[in-house]
Design a binder for this molecule. Structure first.
Ligand code: Q46
Ligand code: ZN
Ligand code: ZN
Length: 305
């Protein structure tokens, strides 16, 4: 397998584009594609300060590395979620610290157990039968937005890739989650205390983001979060991978076709959150007097805990 451009040994064959590339040309294409997507969806410019949500995984560390290399004004934010099962949070943090030291790129680390008194696993013990990922998702959405604002960022970037977005779209469509479909977009506008939210890696597969990490010497956590086992999105990914194998390009056509359709029928890129009030405890946007985050971390007399 030879690189289509220079005929050197190829490191990847991107089947959906029928394109084999060597190490240098893969990296070059990966970075120019990132720039193109940022521009096309008007995600940000060199005048913005971007916070990248960093988990310690291949996608987010690659995104932070790539944006820094492309000379955007960027910082990483890592939340130690307090997931003790299989030492998941401690291990994730180790990779983030290693990355920060090796590449000298600023990453803020926020430990929720140390700062808020409880980690995700303690929150789950409230006995409300909540799913780990919905509690965790709420905490991450809230904290990433707040920490980014506190660090003077005006854009929040996440490293969702093509596999993540296509499987999410698949799930939203088969259950006709109309509201969620409206929010699915490469770029969501800033709104009422919520920063602009962007996904520059949305058209790269997992295979491509991990190769980018490996070729750039980035070590990342390979274990999945123990709470993701059995998640529906993993099943959808499986189905889409089978379709992709049979017909390369299926995932990309599915997702790009959806964005085109959304533009055509003028479905707005709405924020999922329509908070019109300000939380009386933390000042962040909310739909009620005290936001869900503050409720989760406090025992308010009027909240049934
Ligand atoms: S960290 Fe949190 Fe994820 Fe683990 S508990 Fe679910 S949402 S799976 S990306
Ligand atoms: Zn080449
Ligand atoms: Zn609050």
């Amino acid at each position: 397998m030879k690189c289509r451009i220079c005929k050197e040994k190829a490191v990847i064959n991107i089947k959906r584009h029928n394109l084999s590339l060597c190490e240098n040309h893969f990296i070059e294409r990966f970075e120019s594609e990132t720039k193109r997507v940022i521009k096309k969806y008007r995600m940000f410019t060199k005048n913005d300060k971007i916070a990248v949500a960093v988990s310690g995984g291949k996608d987010s560390l690659s995104l932070l590395y790539c944006l820094n290399k492309l000379e955007y004004n960027v910082i990483g934010i890592h939340i130690n979620l307090g997931i003790f099962k299989e030492d998941y949070s401690a291990n994730s943090e180790k990779y983030v610290i290693k990355f920060r030291e090796e590449f000298n790129i600023p990453v803020i680390i926020y430990n929720i157990k140390e700062n808020q008194g409880k980690g995700i696993e303690e929150l789950l013990k409230r006995g409300r039968g909540e799913k780990p990922c919905s509690v965790c998702g709420m905490v991450k959405r809230y904290l990433m937005n707040r920490l980014a604002i506190e660090n003077e960022c005006n854009v929040l970037a996440t490293a969702h890739n093509l596999d993540d977005e296509a499987s999410r779209l698949f799930g939203n469509i088969i259950y006709w989650q109309e509201e969620h479909i409206e929010h699915q977009s490469p770029s969501l506008p800033e709104e009422n205390g919520l920063l602009r939210k962007v996904k520059p890696f949305i058209f790269f597969t997992e295979k491509e983001t991990s190769l980018y990490a490996i070729l750039n010497g980035i070590s990342y956590i390979r274990e999945e979060c123990p709470y993701s086992i059995g998640a529906k999105t993993l099943k959808y990914k499986d189905i889409l991978n089978k379709l992709e194998l049979d017909s390369p390009g299926t995932k990309e056509r599915f997702l790009k076709g959806f964005y085109k359709f959304k533009e055509k029928v003028k479905i707005e890129n709405l924020r999922s959150f329509k908070g019109t009030k300000t939380c009386k405890k933390c000042g962040m946007p909310t739909t009620r007097d005290i936001c869900t985050f503050c409720i989760a971390f406090e025992n308010h007399p009027f909240i049934k805990n």
